[in-house]
Design a binder for this molecule. Structure first.
Ligand SMILES: *Cc1c(COP(=O)(O)O)cnc(C)c1O
Length: 361
C-alpha cells in the first residue's frame, strides 16, 4: 500500500491512526457485532459515541458551559442561511467583513433575510489579505457581526478579531477549527463544515451561546431551527452518525497523541513556517497572501508563469504530492496543510520545490 501526501483543501487528509482505528472497528464496534454505519442512532452504543464526541470537543476546545454544541448537516453553506434565520430577528441588521468567497456567499445569502452591511472588503486586492476595518462603521444595534476566520481559497487568517462589543461575533471556522486554541467566549456563534479538519463530509458543527438560541424567523424549517436541534441534543432526526464517530476519533487523536490544542497549534505554526520560510527565500516560488494575513492551514503560492505552475503541479503529482493545484480564482498552487498533514509531508514538499527550482531557473 502506498499513501500519498494529500494537500486537498477539503475533503482532506485524516490522521492515519484514526483511519486504522476506524478500519479495525469497521465490522464489530466494541463487541456490538455491528459497524457504526449500521447501528441505530437511538441505540445505547451509539448514544455513547455522540456524547463522547461532544464531551471531547468541549474539553479540547474548552467550550464554556453556557454554549451549546450542535451536530448538524448541510455543510457550512447551509449556515449562511441558518444564521440570519435564527439570529437576525431583533433589529434585522447584520454586519459582514468580506475576506473571500465564502464570506461573500454568506453575506449574499443573509441579504435575503434583512439589512446587511459590508464593513470592509479586500476584494479589490483579490482577497490577498484580511481587510482593515474602521470600528466607526460597526452598527451597535446589529444582531450579529460575521467573519470568515480562515479563508481557505486565498490562504489568509484573521490574526486579530474585530472588537464588536455587545454585538455577537459569528465566525465561519470551517478550515481552521481545531488548528490552534481559540477563545470561544469571544464569539456568539462558531460554525464549521467538518471535512477539513475534523471528519469526513456530512457533519457541520455549530457552537452557539445559549442566550442566542431563541425565536427564529417565521417559517424557519424545523431542521434549520437551532432551538429544536438543541432541545433534541442534535437528535431531532438521524444525525450524520459516521462522521460524528470519526470526529470522536480525531478528537482522541488530538488529545492523546498530539497532547491537546496548544500542542496542535505549535505543530501547525512550525509546519507552516517551514513552507513560508522557503517561499520567502525562493527565487522561483512566491507566496500569494500578504505576510501579516497568512493562514497556517492553507498556503497559496505561484511561480508567476502559469505553464511553469502546471509543470510543477504535474511533477508533484507524479512524486506523490497530490491536490496542489490552486483554486481557479487565485491560480498557481495551494498547499492545504491541515492537522493531519504530518510535518515530514511539508519537509518533503519543500525538498521537491527546491529541486524543481534548481532545474527550472
Ligand atoms: C469549505 C468551506 C466552506 C463550505 O463548506 P461546505 O461544508 O461545503 O458548505 C465554507 N467556508 C469555509 C471557510 C470553507 O473552508
Amino acid at each position: 500500500m502506498k499513501r500519498v501526501y494529500n494537500f486537498s483543501a477539503g475533503p482532506s487528509m485524516l490522521p492515519e491512526t484514526v483511519l486504522e482505528k476506524a478500519a479495525a472497528e469497521m465490522l464489530d464496534y466494541e463487541g456490538s457485532g455491528q459497524s457504526v454505519m449500521e447501528m441505530s442512532h437511538r441505540s445505547k452504543v451509539y448514544d455513547a459515541i455522540i456524547k463522547d464526541a461532544e464531551k471531547l470537543l468541549r474539553e479540547v476546545m474548552q467550550i464554556p458551559d453556557n454554549y451549546k454544541v450542535l451536530f448538524m448537516q448541510g455543510g457550512a453553506s447551509s449556515q449562511f442561511a441558518m444564521i440570519p434565520m435564527n439570529l437576525m430577528t431583533k433589529s434585522g441588521k447584520a454586519d459582514y467583513i468580506l475576506s473571500g468567497q465564502f464570506s461573500t456567499k454568506a453575506y449574499q445569502e443573509a441579504c435575503k433575510y434583512g439589512d446587511c452591511k459590508v464593513i470592509a472588503t479586500s476584494k479589490p486586492d483579490n482577497f490577498s489579505h484580511i481587510p482593515t476595518w474602521d470600528k466607526n462603521e460597526f452598527r451597535a444595534d446589529a444582531d450579529y457581526f460575521h467573519i470568515c476566520m480562515n479563508n481557505t481559497i486565498y490562504g489568509t487568517l484573521f490574526h486579530e478579531l474585530p472588537d464588536t462589543g455587545d454585538v455577537p461575533l459569528v465566525a465561519d471556522i470551517s478550515s481552521c477549527i481545531l488548528s490552534q486554541p481559540i477563545d470561544v467566549s469571544k464569539f456568539g456563534l462558531l460554525y464549521a463544515g467538518a471535512q477539513k479538519n475534523v471528519a469526513p463530509a456530512g457533519l457541520t458543527i455549530v457552537i452557539i451561546r445559549e442566550d442566542l438560541i431563541g425565536e427564529p424567523l417565521d417559517k424557519t424549517p424545523s431542521m434549520f431551527n437551532y432551538k429544536i436541534i438543541a432541545d433534541n441534543d442534535s437528535m431531532y432526526n438521524t444525525p450524520p452518525c459516521y462522521p460524528i464517530y470519526i470526529c470522536k476519533l480525531v478528537l482522541e487523536w488530538i488529545q492523546n497523541e498530539i497532547g491537546g490544542l496548544a500542542k496542535m497549534g505549535e505543530r501547525n505554526i512550525k509546519k507552516a513556517n517551514v513552507l513560508y520560510d522557503f517561499l520567502d527565500n525562493s527565487k522561483l516560488f512566491k507566496g500569494c497572501a500578504e505576510k501579516g494575513s497568512r493562514s497556517i492551514m492553507n498556503a497559496t503560492f505561484v511561480t508567476g508563469d502559469a505553464d511553469l505552475d502546471a509543470k510543477f503541479v504535474k511533477a508533484a503529482t507524479d512524486a506523490g504530492f497530490v491536490n496542489l493545484k490552486g483554486h481557479r480564482s487565485v491560480g498557481g498552487m495551494r498547499a492545504s496543510i491541515y492537522n493531519a498533514m504530518p510535518p515530514e509531508g511539508i519537509d518533503k514538499l519543500v525538498a521537491l520545490m527546491k529541486q524543481f527550482e534548481e532545474e527550472n531557473i
